[in-house]
Design a protein around this ligand. Structure first.
Ligand SMILES: *[C@@H]1O[C@H](CO)[C@@H](O)[C@H](O)[C@H]1NC(C)=O
Length: 327
């Protein structure tokens, strides 16, 4: 049930040398260099930084210090938000400067947040995705001199993430390991907020998976107990020709360096929804899924890859199954 990252990467390397380029999508989480190599990776980072910059620019314009205090985020929350905006803005100018004429242009974005609380909740998601994006991309960087530079941005994004999580009353550091995501997985998350590209802009060589809709039932899920329903998960995949009515489908959860495969079933009355009854609890050396957990639907119950992902990426905020027993 559990795949460690290291064998997956080693397997990836073997497959890459044995297969033509098109075959690379079969590798479990594709951490291989994308077409265009480091330039593409820097543009990918720039795309995420543009998104974050725009998000915080809107947030500090839309909501005042008093609004945040009223919503339960005490001083100096607004001041720190401005500091985060400054960091993202600086990341944008740094990356755009490094890329020069090869830099992608900024897209247009739309965010679903409507008040301070939903803004901060989305901030938490975006910072977590930023951490996962830099972490996954690090494996694909060819020029080693970029690694400490990408790392120095990554650690700041993770500090943002901890601060925002704590402000929401969530654990600032929910698991001993953060979660690497691959390019298409991150692109799928970012694409939800992108409404258009600049005219003539060359697109990044990534694709978004069909969206995964998690039925809103709770804010926190609990490892070992919560059920999760994927609205129209079956209907959409059948309609898109990705599965037939009988194809076994698995929810694959990514948390830290652990992956969990959970079979899903169609809920009663041919609803077209997929569901599983219990989030994995971990155990036997496998940590429970905790914190910002990513989920995709896949036709593989053992080796998820971009090629067998039928929709995603969804996000669950998961609490551990109980108090940690450390001593
Ligand atoms: C800011 O407010 C505008 C106008 O109401 C809204 O469209 C946008 O989504 C808001 N942005 C954020 C990040 O909350």
């Amino acid at each position: 049930m559990r795949y460690s990252l290291i064998p997956a990467l080693a397997l990836g390397a073997t497959l890459v040398s044995a297969l033509p380029l098109e075959g690379r999508a079969d590798v479990a989480q594709d951490f291989n260099p994308p077409p265009g190599g480091d330039t593409t990776i820097l543009n990918y980072a720039l795309t995420l930084e543009y998104l974050e910059r725009k998000f915080y620019a809107e947030g500090i314009a839309n909501y005042s210090q008093a609004d945040f205090v009223k919503a339960g985020f005490p001083d100096p929350f607004y001041k720190n938000l401005k500091e985060i905006y400054y960091d993202e803005q600086t990341h944008v100018s740094f990356l755009a400067g490094a890329l020069g004429p090869a830099a992608v242009s900024e897209a247009t974005y739309s965010f679903p947040s409507t008040d301070p609380k939903s803004f901060v909740a989305l901030s938490s998601v975006l910072e977590g995705v930023g951490v996962s994006a830099y972490l996954g991309a690090a494996a694909a960087i060819a020029d080693k001199t970029y690694i400490p530079i990408a790392g120095s941005i990554l650690t700041v994004e993770s500090r943002h993430s901890s601060y925002i999580r704590a402000a929401l009353g969530e654990s600032p550091f929910p698991k001993p390991f953060d979660t690497p995501l691959d390019f298409n997985q991150v692109y799928s998350l970012a694409a939800q907020f992108i409404t258009g590209f600049a005219a003539g802009a060359a697109p990044l060589p990534f694709k978004a998976f069909p969206p995964l809709v998690i039925q809103a039932s709770q804010y926190y899920y609990t490892a070992g107990s919560s059920s999760v329903t994927f609205t129209h998960g079956k209907t959409n995949a059948v309609k898109a020709g990705l599965i037939t009515a009988d194809t076994p489908v698995y929810a694959v959860l990514f948390s830290g360096l652990d992956k969990y495969y959970v079979p899903v079933y169609e809920t009663q009355g041919n609803s077209g929804d997929f569901k599983f009854d219990k989030l994995p609890a971990g155990g036997d050396g496998v940590l429970p899924p905790t914190g910002q957990v990513y989920v995709v639907l896949s036709t593989s119950g053992t080796a998820v890859s971009d090629a067998n992902t039928i929709s995603g990426v969804g996000i669950l905020e998961v609490s551990p199954p109980g108090d940690r027993n450390l001593f």
